[in-house]
Design a protein around this ligand. Sequence first.
Ligand SMILES: [Cu+2]
Length: 108
Amino acid sequence: MHLHARADCAADTGFKSSMGHHGEGEGDHGLLNPRGPGKGDLGNIYVAENGVGELQFFKAGAFLDSGDLPLLDSDGTAIVIHAEEDDQISQPIGGAGARIVCGVVTTG
Ligand SMILES: [Cu+2]
């Protein structure tokens, strides 16, 4: 799961309208990358056989409306779930594959 640069989840674009990762270029991709992580990097969600999965993640430096790159900046931020496991080190997205779920970060 990643934070993407724009709060736009148009399904007819395959969620590519959410653009690249939030803060792309500010640190390499991957939580395991010594030159990372990027500001958009989050963890993997592991889903059980019954279809239930859960992710709890604390992203240091991510703020809704403060800091050097707020999530609610002029074009907002999307949360995107990819189809495959992110290896958390290879570029540009850890082999995470297609975008399958997209949601917009909002306060209300
Ligand atoms: Cu992504």
